[in-house]
Structure formats: structure tokens, C-alpha cells
Design a protein around this ligand. Structure first.
Ligand code: ZN
Length: 308
């Protein structure tokens, strides 16, 4: 299938075709004795992901584990559907996200407030998963991939309070979720993802430092794809956070409202990104996944908490 890319080490990148787009949201299959899907993508992507797994030889009874880096709908919106398609799979998530996968009503209500009618076209509805199938992770945890291979989880809040990074013992791959920002493979651009209500600068920087300390050999971005230049990229992730926070703090101290703050930060950061400078169509991916309104709103929300 043309939406599957072999990355080596029995790892396959699956383009989930989120909302019909290519190359914006990836799931990953780690194949082996106990096949593991990292990130489901959205609910509307679930049939695409199921078909990709089938073409890789993973049938309904074969998937051992589904794990999500966090429960935002572009990463975990398909958990209920995938759990139904693969009835033997356990669902693994940080303990702060577990109850929302079992009972998504509150999560869906707040997502509906943020996204309005666009919720249906972008994500669809997260359906519930039986709580007996959910395994909750603490600060660290381990997923058995079979044959002595493990995927270890590391709590990494800042982007979201229910976020984990995952390290594959066989490949040294680190699944970064959204904690290191959004990466555009077409241009090499990297932009932070700082949405409300959980964003916290120091916590986010600490998580990026933790990722560096884990010594991964490669980063796998959910948005989007593999990156080999690990430390350079993590340094860039931290720098991006500081730039966006500094500019938003300036707007905040000048008493700007959200619309003016967004316009100012968007304008003052534009030169940093090849896709935006060149009016490249992939710039649209930034706006969908880490839009300036969402990023600035998240930083303002945090500033109001720490320095009202
Ligand atoms: Zn997220």
C-alpha cells in the first residue's frame, strides 16, 4: 500500500490520511511476536490504519498492543475503533488519560467547544474502550514487544499532562508524540505545539531534556516521520518554545487581545519557517496541527496562570 513506509527494524510508518490529507499524521507499527501500534490517528482514519495493518499481515486477532503518546484526538481518536477491530489488543496510555479513553464524553465535549463543526471533518468521535482492556502507565512503564524487545514509556508532560515518550529497546527509536513540536519533512521546519489547557514552558523544556538524556538513535514524530539528527532537533524544539513564549509574553505585557497577539506572533515568526516564507502548501499542515491561534492561546493561558 502506498501509505506504508518501512523504516527498518520491523518498524512501519503508516500515513493515517487524517481528514483526507497525506503526510500530516502518522501511526507506527512495530512488527514482531507481539505487534504493537503506536498512535491510532483519528477515528475517521481507523479503517485506513486497519487496512494498512492487514496488508502487513496483522489480522484482527494478531495485534497485541495499541499505545498512544497522549489522548489528543489526532493521536488517540481512533482508539475505540481500533480496539473493536483488534479485540485481542491491550490499550496502553498514561494514567492521566486512561479514564477519558474508557469514557470519552467530557473529552469530546471540550473538543467540540474548541473545534465546533470542524470536529467531524477533522477527527470524528472517539468511541469508548472497555476499561478492562486499558493499561495505565505511571512515570515509566514497559510494553512487551516479544523476543526480549520492549517499548519503555517515559512521562513527558508540557504539551499535554497525559503525554509519554516511548523508546524501542531494539532500534533506539524515540516516539516523541507532540512533545518536541511538529516537524515538516518536506522543508525540515519545526514548530512548537503549545495548545491550551496544559501547556507549561518549564515542564515542556524538562521533557525535551529528558528525551535527550534517554539517548535515542532516532526521533519518530507523529507529525511527521523519522529524524536522525536527534540532539540538533531537540535543541531546535527547545529554542522554538522559547521564541514563541517570548513573543507571546511581549504581546501579553502590552495588553494585546488574542487576535492581535496571534497576528503579531505569526508575523514575527514567519521568517523562521521555509514553508511559510515560500507559501509552500505544506504550511497548511502547521495551521491544522499547531496553528498560531492554538499555540498563542495555550501560551497565554499558561501566562495567566503563572503571572496573572
Ligand atoms: Zn497533541
Amino acid at each position: 500500500m502506498d501509505n506504508i513506509t518501512a523504516l527498518g527494524g520491523d518498524v512501519y510508518e503508516i500515513d493515517t490520511r487524517m481528514a483526507g490529507y497525506s503526510g500530516i499524521t502518522a501511526g507506527y507499527l512495530i512488527l514482531g511476536d507481539r505487534p504493537c501500534l503506536v498512535e491510532t490517528g483519528t477515528s475517521t482514519s481507523a479503517p485506513v490504519v486497519r487496512d494498512a495493518l492487514a496488508s502487513l499481515g496483522v489480522g484482527p486477532e494478531d495485534l497485541a498492543t495499541v499505545v498512544v503518546t497522549h489522548i489528543h484526538l489526532d493521536h488517540a481518536g481512533g482508539v475505540g475503533d481500533i480496539a473493536r477491530f483488534f479485540p485481542s489488543a491491550q490499550v496502553v496510555v498514561h494514567e492521566k488519560g486512561a479514564r477519558h479513553l474508557a469514557d470519552p464524553a467530557r473529552l469530546m465535549a471540550s473538543a467540540r467547544m474548541v473545534w465546533g463543526d470542524r470536529l467531524d471533518t477533522l477527527f470524528g468521535e472517539l468511541s469508548p474502550t472497555e476499561s478492562e482492556r486499558i493499561v495505565a502507565l505511571g512515570d515509566t512503564g514497559a510494553i512487551d514487544l516479544g523476543n526480549g524487545r520492549t517499548l519503555s514509556s517515559h512521562y513527558s508532560p508540557g504539551h499535554a499532562k497525559h503525554h509519554v515518550g516511548l523508546v524501542d529497546s531494539a532500534t533506539g527509536d524515540l516516539y516523541v508524540g507532540d512533545a518536541a513540536g511538529v516537524y515538516l519533512p518536506e522543508t525540515g521546519d519545526l514548530r512548537p505545539a503549545t495548545p491550551p489547557p496544559d501547556f507549561d514552558l518549564q515542564t515542556a523544556l524538562d521533557s525535551i531534556a529528558l528525551f535527550g538524556a534517554l539517548g535515542p538513535r532516532r526521533l519518530l514524530f507523529s507529525h511527521y516521520g523519522p529524524v536522525d539528527a536527534v540532539q540538533e532537533t531537540l535543541d531546535r524544539s527547545a529554542e522554538e518554545l522559547r521564541v514563541w513564549v517570548d513573543l507571546t509574553r511581549q504581546a501579553h505585557s502590552e495588553g494585546m487581545d488574542l487576535d492581535h497577539a496571534v497576528a503579531m506572533v505569526r508575523d514575527r515568526t514567519k521568517e523562521r519557517y521555509t514553508a511559510l516564507k515560500a507559501d509552500d502548501p505544506t504550511a497548511e499542515h502547521f495551521e491544522l496541527l499547531s496553528g498560531a491561534p492554538s499555540n498563542v492561546a495555550g501560551i497565554l493561558h499558561w501566562l495567566d496562570r503563572v503571572s496573572p
